[in-house]
Design a protein around this ligand. Structure first.
Ligand SMILES: NC(=O)c1ccc[n+]([C@@H]2O[C@H](COP(=O)([O-])OP(=O)(O)OC[C@H]3O[C@@H](n4cnc5c(N)ncnc54)[C@H](OP(=O)(O)O)[C@@H]3O)[C@@H](O)[C@H]2O)c1
Length: 354
C-alpha cells in the first residue's frame, strides 16, 4: 500500500514562459508530476484551490484548466460548486481529464444525510461523479440546513454521530460510482488511526495545512507509510488574508510571509524561479500535491511553472524554515480540539467565521 502512494510519474512538458516582469536567469522545463493513490487512480501534483472569490471562480477555473491545471479542489461549504461546475464546462477540457475533489460539510455527517449531500454537490458541480470526496473536518455539527448551528449563547451545537459512522457511509458511496476515492481533511493522527482500526477503507488522501512554516515531517512520513497521499492546503502559508482576519491564528498570522523569506529568493535564483514556485516545488519534491488558490492570471501561470526538481541541499535549506506555525485552526470556533496530537496548535485564538 505504502509504495503505491509513493509511485510517481513525471512527464517533462514545456509551457509558455512567464511574463517578462519576472527577471529570471533561465527557464526550466516544467514537469507534469502525478502520483498514484491507494485506489490505483492518478492524481496530479499541481492543483487549483477555489475557496473564496465565488464571483470569479467560473472564469478562473475555466482559465486555469485551459492553461494546464488538471486538479480542482472545492468544497460544499465554499459555496462555489455551481461556479466550479460551469468553469469546467466552459474550459472545454473533457471531464475525464480533470481530477475533481469536493468535501462534505460537518452538518451533513449523519449517515442518512451523506449520499443526499453528495448528490447536492454533484448537481451543483453538474457532473455524474467526483474523483475525491473528503470529510472536511472530524467534528460533527447538528443535522439540518444550518451549516454552523449555534445555540442562543453562540455555542456550536455538535451532531450525535461520529466521524467513524460518517466514514462508513462514505465507504458505501464508492459502490455507487458517484465517488472514485474517499479521504479526510484536518484530521489528527489519532483520528486517522481510529478510522483505519474501525473501518475497512484506508483514506486515499489527507488534505492538510502544510508549507515551509508547518512541515510536520513525522506526520507526513507516517501518512506515507500508510499509503495516504497528502494534498497541501494553504501551500503558501500565511499568504491568505483570511488568516489575518478570522482571528483563528491572530498571534502568528502576521509573521513575515513565507514567500518573503530571503532563503527562498536565493534558492529561486539558482533555478530561475520565484519564491512562490520554490515553495510549491518543495511540496511536490516531497511527494505531495499542492493546491494554491489564485484568481490572477499571471499568478496561475507562475504556479503552473512550479513543478521542477529541487536539489537535496535546497530542500534541506527550506526545512530550516519550519516554525510549527499553524494558521488554520478553528478549534475554539468549532469547539472541537483539532490537531490534538500534531505540531503547531499554539496559535489558536477564539475567532468566529459565522
Ligand atoms: N481542507 C481545508 O480545510 C482547507 C483549508 C484552507 C484551504 N483549502 C484549500 O486550499 C486552497 C488554497 O489555500 P489558501 O487559499 O488558504 O492558501 P494559498 O493558496 O497558499 O494562498 C492563497 C493566496 O495566495 C495568493 N497567491 C496565489 N498564487 C500566488 C502567486 N503566484 N504570487 C503571489 N500570490 C499568490 C492568492 O492571491 P489571489 O487570491 O489574489 O489570486 C491568495 O491571496 C483553497 O482555495 C482551498 O481549495 C482547504
Amino acid at each position: 500500500m505504502a509504495s503505491l502512494a509513493a509511485r510517481v510519474t513525471r512527464m517533462p512538458i514545456f509551457r509558455a514562459s512567464l511574463p517578462s516582469r519576472q527577471p529570471f536567469s533561465r527557464s526550466l522545463a516544467t514537469r507534469a508530476t502525478s502520483y498514484k493513490l491507494n485506489t490505483g487512480a492518478k492524481i496530479p501534483a499541481l492543483g487549483f484551490g477555489t475557496f473564496q472569490d465565488s464571483d470569479s471562480q467560473e472564469e478562473t477555473v475555466s482559465r486555469a484548466l485551459q492553461k494546464g491545471m488538471r486538479l480542482i479542489d472545492t468544497a460544499r461549504v465554499y459555496n462555489v460548486e455551481e461556479e466550479v461546475g460551469r468553469g469546467i464546462k466552459k474550459s472545454g477540457v473533457p471531464r475525464e481529464d480533470v481530477f475533481l475533489g469536493t468535501k462534505l460539510w460537518c452538518n451533513d455527517y449523519h449517515p442518512d444525510d451523506v449520499e443526499r449531500a453528495l448528490d447536492d454537490s454533484l448537481r451543483d458541480l453538474d457532473t455524474p461523479y467526483v474523483d475525491l470526496l473528503l470529510m472536511h473536518y472530524p467534528c460533527t455539527f447538528k443535522r439540518g440546513s444550518d451549516r454552523f448551528p449555534r445555540d442562543s449563547n453562540g455555542r456550536m451545537i455538535h451532531g450525535e454521530t461520529t466521524y467513524v459512522e460518517t466514514w462508513r457511509a462514505m465507504e458505501n458511496l464508492i459502490k455507487t460510482g458517484k465517488v472514485k476515492a474517499i479521504g479526510v481533511s484536518n484530521f489528527s493522527k489519532g483520528e486517522i488511526e481510529t478510522l483505519i482500526r474501525e473501518t475497512s477503507t484506508v483514506p486515499a488522501v489527507h488534505q492538510m495545512e502544510t508549507h515551509p512554516y508547518l512541515q510536520q515531517k513525522g506526520f507526513n512520513e507516517w501518512l506515507r507509510s500508510k499509503g495516504i497521499h497528502v494534498i497541501q492546503f494553504s501551500p503558501l502559508g500565511n499568504m491568505n488574508d483570511f488568516y489575518r482576519q478570522t482571528g483563528w491564528s491572530k498571534s502568528i498570522a502576521h509573521m513575515m510571509r513565507v514567500i518573503d523569506q530571503p532563503v527562498l529568493k536565493e534558492i529561486g535564483q539558482k533555478y530561475g524561479k520565484s519564491p512562490v514556485q520554490v515553495v510549491l516545488a518543495c511540496g511536490i519534491n516531497s511527494g505531495r500535491s499542492v493546491i494554491p488558490k489564485s484568481v490572477v492570471d499571471w499568478q496561475i501561470e507562475e504556479n503552473l511553472e512550479a513543478d521542477f526538481e529541487l536539489q537535496p541541499e535546497d530542500m534541506a535549506q527550506i526545512a530550516t524554515l519550519d516554525a510549527q506555525a499553524r494558521f488554520n485552526d478553528p478549534s475554539l470556533d468549532y469547539e472541537w480540539r483539532l490537531y490534538s496530537d500534531l505540531e503547531g496548535i499554539d496559535g489558536t485564538m477564539r475567532g468566529k467565521t459565522h
